[in-house]
Design a protein around this ligand. Structure first.
Ligand code: PLP
Length: 415
């Protein structure tokens, strides 16, 4: 019964340092968030000890009566949250959910049509080195010159290649997708429509973004981005047509024992996501991103070569375009790190620089909104970022402004 500090001070010190880092800096990686203490409590519980291969009521192990309860609560809550008739809460991650979903509706060698990684897609949507790119015949669509998904190209490629699956979803795209149009195109070529809402699921849960569930054959998501829960994945469907195939793709197809402690934590996060407070937080998330986009498209920012892909945002992130700036993505990321703001460099469409350098930044507001940031705070954050990306900047002064914001909104005060 030794504590972490007693048993393993080396690890404990690093964990403590990470807590301090999260508390003292501004987290603006668009795929990150801060899980509630109750979620972390469930995730750190004795449920980590339990084997439970199978599904609630149909397990291959004894002693599952309590994890059956938590897993069933998670299933029921997530179905209600998104209006789905089918849910699987066992995928260990977003990538695991995507792998299972794809293998449930297609077979290796089939053609899949997804958004190009370099234009905001995800690895699991057909990247060359990913399982999706290695085992499927990948055709990619792109964004147009305005930075919007080119639906005319989607239709043209769908008719030309007759894909088995059309994938709608993204990791770095600041606008909403037209799910009805994707459905129409999929029907026209008799393809399945798979929507990966990993990034924007929290906005959907709050009713601030169109819900893909009524349109798609399968919907996957992570639970840790805008949704604000533990790290993990889920699969949803509007009806039970693929229920058997999806369940058996997850287990025994790709996974063994489910992470019941994480599933319990998912259940808690779905309860939070159904609350009024969650909706209000997602509103601040979108408002914050819009404030950021406005500041980074101002004349002052553009004078230094800073711009925003698609000219703005409808979601929780801004894709900063530095192709006209003296700074590349790596340098910009490093500068923001120096003043205490964490972001990730990201390729912009038609990026002339290599993927390890890039000409862009992906900046998200979910974690700061969870911390309590409102419009005035986001205006200050946006100004700090714009000032940091100018040719000359006062790192000390900017860092002091970051610290003031961090202190105004304490994170995990009891920890
Ligand atoms: N799908 C999308 C659209 C994502 O952006 C991500 C993560 O960045 C994933 C899936 C994969 O999630 P995970 O990192 O949990 O495997």
């Amino acid at each position: 019964n030794e504590s972490l500090h007693e048993l393993d001070p080396e690890v404990a010190v690093a964990v403590d340092a990470e807590l301090k880092r999260q508390q003292s800096t501004l987290e603006m990686i668009a795929s990150e968030n801060f899980a509630p203490v109750a979620v972390m409590e469930a995730q750190g519980s004795v449920l980590t000890n339990k084997y439970a291969e199978g599904y609630p009521g149909r397990r291959y192990y004894g002693g599952c009566e309590h994890v059956d309860v938590t897993e069933q609560i998670a299933i029921d809550r997530v179905k209600a949250l998104f209006g789905a008739e089918y849910a699987n809460v066992q995928p260990h991650s977003g990538a695991s959910a995507n792998q299972a979903a794809l293998f449930a509706i297609a077979q290796p060698g089939d053609t899949i049509l997804g958004l190009d990684l370099a234009h905001g897609g995800h690895l699991t949507h057909g990247m060359r080195l990913n399982f999706s790119g290695k085992q499927f015949n990948v055709v990619a669509y792109h964004v147009d010159d305005a930075g919007l998904v080119d639906m005319a190209e989607v239709e043209r490629l769908a008719k030309e290649h007759r894909p088995k699956v059309i994938i709608a979803g993204w990791s770095a795209y600041p606008r909403r997708l037209d799910f009805a149009e994707f459905r129409r195109i999929a029907d026209e070529v008799e393809a399945y429509l798979w929507v990966d809402m990993a990034h924007f699921a929290g906005l959907v849960a709050a009713g601030l973004h169109p819900n893909p569930v009524p349109y798609a054959d399968v919907v996957t998501s992570t639970t840790h981005k805008t949704l604000g829960g533990p790290r993990g994945g889920i699969i949803l469907a509007r009806n039970k047509d693929f229920a058997k195939k999806l369940n058996s793709a997850v287990f025994p197809g790709f996974q063994g024992g489910p992470l019941e402690h994480v599933i319990a934590a998912k259940a808690v996060s779905f309860k939070v996501a159904a609350s009024e407070g969650f909706k209000e937080r997602q509103q601040r998330t979108i408002e914050g991103a819009q404030i950021l986009a406005e500041r980074l498209t101002s004349e002052d920012a553009r004078a230094h070569g800073v711009n925003v892909a698609s000219g703005g945002t409808d979601v929780h992130l801004v894709l900063v375009d530095l192709r006209d700036s003296e700074l590349d993505g790596q340098q910009a990321e490093d500068r923001l790190h120096e003043v205490g703001i964490t972001v990730n460099r990201n390729a912009v469409p038609n990026d002339p620089r290599p993927p390890m350098v890039t000409s862009g930044l992906r900046i998200g507001t979910p974690a700061l909104a969870t911390r309590g940031f409102g419009a005035d705070d986001f205006r200050e954050v946006a100004d700090i970022i714009a000032e940091t990306l100018k040719p000359s900047y006062d790192a000390e002064a900017l860092k002091a402004r970051v610290t003031a914001l961090a202190e105004k909104h304490p994170l995990y005060p009891g920890l």
